[in-house]
Design a protein around this ligand. Structure first.
Ligand code: F58
Length: 836
């Protein structure tokens, strides 16, 4: 099923390759120089770095295009069910290296460019990545697109072409500072704009109910405004297969350049204003993770891309010559959390208002189409829209939601006879105070499948988040543990490990069949193998040390234990628990001259939502502790603390391969899954973690003896909370904990400004919602066991190899296979090479 290097399998191979698609060094050189001159308008002598990058990118894109068009005609011919993955975020990371890998032309192009004096690896390293996501959810969507293409499953990713992605983070005086991310400034060579597939989207206004000429009851939506959506298509190539799927992201434009009625009154600015307002719709990604704010523009963004996506699917359906009633057989629509859940009401609107399909039939088709993935249990992250706001943006959808609700609650009243309180809880409308539309309820009612993203998470959904829905439809509930793509997260990020794996396993099949990595296990006791493993890790650590030096000025020792905590900054993720541990170590060094301590480098990274004051203070705490610890001569190189700014996909690619200890320390029951935990394990880091999210499954797979587990279980934490949790008692009774908190409270890390960290320390002593103090002792004790284990380098590496070898379950290829079989009922459509 793999291609010959650089050749297009089954489509005539070399013979059909022309100057635009051939992959021999001569052809690549020709294509590159052509693009440099005819696309960029430069000769090599005067080309800028960006000119060269763009010419290279276009050269690579050309080589994707024929496969891309072949894929879409193949999909059209076969009419197989296409997965439409709807997500407000796709955090795809840099494209160049990934496309070269999947096309298998990295070496050929590197050689070609080197002869022209160009360093391909530097182009890859310096590529600006689109930051079109906040964190795990957006990155998961990108890993899934990779696995869908590699598995040759027909799929389109639908989302938003934000002009500004997640903000660029710098650290000034220890504080996070946000800068706009103008990622399109120098152009985006990967996407192709298709204005011809533009879609009109209505917003606001009111509805009119009337009877048409033939006596039918009809509804007309009279919008307050309309915007125009056009798609930007990015090719998503599978690994060494000819399938190239599409990521289709929508940008909003004004339907007309000027509002002529306003213009004619002489109000030029007023007329232009309307255009500006329309374009604001897709201007910026909301940078909040795990907190819902209820902003009108956000609701408009969500509706905008979902409306564009469903219209686009209808266009494709028509293009394939199929009637609208075939919709569910043509598309399986996956809702990546509730952000696209309005799609349920929108498809109903299209079917009943525009295609005049009877309600029952439309509803059956809608349910057969949608499936919903939940990504969080945190109450503040659950989307609820104030009814009035919702009505002002989507008046027709509110009517449809009322009707869905009326029918649904009637069904519930029969199913739960006499249990009105349950009916009240199930309602799509929250009426306990101010009225809201509950998007998770809409997603549940409108989907045939609902899943969590790790086993514990799925259990908690059934037992705590949506128990009434579970009672009603137990058969809808499922669990698909997340996964990550080994192409980006091992092959691209960690070429040393990839080469070692290929050599040890005898072939490259593991790249598309990650469970085969289990074959490394039999080398875990082979001294020569271990030595090579260690060399790879050390090389990766030196590269990361260089990056740290360049970005922060801090010099770290590559022989120290690299202990890493990278993810969004959030109280539930408990970065401040890691700080309490660091301060405890520091205190031990100062008071006990603990010179037998294992030298460690603590590496932090992650963004805080700009309005999340507490999270920003956590960053300041990390940097403040870093400043003191790093400059204390008594500490020498036993302790170093680094905050690496602007954590991103690119940064992750340097960090995961260099990590030895992966910190996954959320309060049990709070992290739905985590996916960083998987990237670390694949790259041979050991985990110190709570029994939360997918940590539990990682621990099961790698074996408890190769995993540093600590802290309360989700059950224990909930019981403790219910029985009365008094963090101050824990503080009083634990001398080391007291010392750590007192150092922070007393202003030791804030040059005497004792008030600075008080919001954090007071909270820990009085409320401590995320129960850091309850897990502190167990965490510190566990970290002492980490030290002991690290002293035996050989044994540590053996455990690291086992972590990698036993991470087979955590490839997104496995997740996608589960979705395809259990919720989408679709299968691969491989290119047989016979034009078939
Ligand atoms: C994350 N959610 C979960 N949300 O926290 C993590 O446990 C899980 O592994 C991951 O999803 C993938 O399933 C997450 O990243 C967001 O960033 C949302 C973005 C849009 C606004 C609300 C939060």
């Amino acid at each position: 099923n793999t291609l010959e290097p650089g050749h297009l399998r089954g489509q005539g191979g070399v013979a059909e390759d022309d100057v635009r698609t051939a992959c021999e060094p001569e052809a690549l050189k020709r294509a590159f120089l052509d693009h440099l001159l005819y696309t960029q308008g430069k000769t090599l002598e005067i080309a800028s770095h960006n000119d060269i990058y763009l010419a290279v990118a276009y050269t690579v894109r050309d080589r994707l295009l024929r496969r891309w068009s072949h894929t879409s005609s193949r999909h059209k011919r076969h009419g197989t069910r296409t997965v439409a993955y709807l997500s407000a975020e796709f955090l795809i990371g840099p494209s160049l290296g990934n496309n070269l890998l999947n096309l298998d032309i990295t070496d050929a192009l590197r050689e070609t460019l080197a002869r022209l004096g160009i360093d391909l690896d530097e182009l890859v390293r310096r590529e600006v990545e689109p930051g079109l996501g906040n964190g795990g959810l957006g990155r998961l969507a990108a890993c899934f697109m990779d696995s869908l293409a590699t598995g040759e499953i027909p799929a389109i990713g639908y989302g938003i072409y934000y002009e500004y992605g997640i903000f660029f983070q710098t650290v000034v005086d220890g504080w996070q500072v946000e800068n706009t991310d103008k990622w399109l400034r120098f152009g985006n060579p990967w996407a192709i704009h298709h204005p011809e597939w533009g879609v009109e989207v209505k917003l606001g206004g009111y509805t009119e109910h009337y009877t048409d000429d033939v006596g039918r009851f009809r509804v007309r939506w009279v919008p307050e405004k309309t915007v125009w959506g056009t798609p930007f298509d990015t090719p998503v190539a599978g690994y060494k297969v000819s399938t190239v799927n599409t990521l289709r992201l929508w940008r909003a434009e004004a339907t007309e350049e000027f509002d002529f009625s306003v213009f004619n009154r002489g109000d030029y600015l007023g007329a232009v204003n309307k255009k500006v307002t329309s374009e604001n719709l897709t201007k910026v990604l909301y940078p909040n993770d795990e907190s819902h704010q209820g902003k009108e523009l956000r609701l408009e963004q969500q509706y905008f891309f979902v409306a564009c996506a469903l219209r686009d699917m209808l266009r494709i359906l028509e293009h394939r010559g199929l009637p609208v009633t075939e919709f569910p057989r043509a598309f399986a629509v996956q809702l990546n959390d509730t952000h696209p859940a309005i799609g349920v009401a929108e498809l109903m609107r299209l079917l009943i208002d525009e295609y005049l399909v009877p309600w029952e039939q439309a509803w059956e088709a809608t349910r057969a189409t949608f499936a919903y993935t939940n990504h969080t249990l945190l109450p503040e992250a659950l989307e609820r829209w104030p009814l009035e706001l919702f009505k002002s943006v989507l008046p027709r959808h509110l009517e449809i939601i009322y009707e869905i609700n009326r029918r649904f609650l009637n069904e519930a009243r029969i199913r739960f006879f006499g249990d009105e309180s349950r009916v009240f809880r199930l309602s799509l409308i929250d009426e306990s105070g101010e009225r809201y539309v509950r998007m998770a309820h809409l997603a549940c009612v409108g989907s045939h499948a609902i899943n969590g993203v790790a086993e514990l998470h799925s259990t908690l959904i059934k037992e705590q988040l949506l128990p009434d829905f579970y009672a009603m439809w137990p058969e809808k509930f499922d669990s698909v543990t997340n996964g990550v793509t080994p192409r980006r997260w091992v092959v691209l990020s960690n070429p040393g490990l990839a080469a070692l794996a290929t050599e040890a396993l005898g072939d490259e099949h593991w790249i598309r069949d990650w469970p085969r990595i289990a074959g490394l296990e039999k080398h875990a006791d082979d001294a020569a193998f271990i030595e090579r493993w260690q060399r790879v890790k050390h090389t990766n650590k030196r590269s990361l040390a260089a990056l740290i030096r360049d970005e922060t000025g801090v010099v770290v020792n590559p022989d120290s234990l690299f202990d890493v905590l990278v993810k969004r900054i959030h109280e539930y993720k408990r970065q401040h628990l890691a700080v309490l541990h660091i301060v405890t170590r520091y205190h031990r060094l100062k008071t006990q001259r603990a010179t037998d301590m294992v030298p460690r480098t603590f590496i932090f990274g992650g963004k805080a939502a700009p309005g999340y004051v507490r999270a920003k203070l956590m960053i300041k705490l990390i940097t403040a502790v870093a400043d003191v610890v790093n400059s204390d001569p008594e500490v020498r190189d036993l302790l170093k603390v680094v905050f690496l700014p602007n954590f991103s996909v690119s940064k992750g690619q340097c960090i995961y391969p260099a990590a030895e200890l992966s910190e996954q320390i959320s309060l049990a029951g709070k992290e739905a899954s985590g996916t960083g935990n998987m990237k670390f394990a694949m790259n041979g880091a050991l985990t110190i973690g709570t029994m939360d999210g997918a940590n539990i499954e990682i621990c099961q797979e790698v074996g408890a003896e190769n995993f540093f587990a600590f802290g309360m279980s989700a059950d224990e934490a909930q019981r403790l909370l219910r029985s009365g949790y008094y963090p101050r008692d824990l503080y009083r009774d634990d001398a080391e904990l007291r010392a750590a908190i007192d150092l922070i409270r007393g202003g030791f890390f804030s040059r005497g400004d004792a008030g600075l960290f008080e919001p954090l320390t007071n909270d820990l002593l009085n409320e401590d919602r995320y129960m850091l103090l309850a897990d502190y002792a167990s965490y510190v004790e566990c970290q002492d066991r980490v030290d002991a284990a690290y002293r035996d380098a050989r044994q540590w590496s053996r455990m690291a190899v086992l972590n990698c070898a036993r991470s087979g379950r955590f490839s997104s290829d496995r997740s996608i296979a589960e979705y395809a079989r259990r919720m989408w009922h679709t299968s691969a459509l491989p290119d047989t090479g016979h034009g078939g």
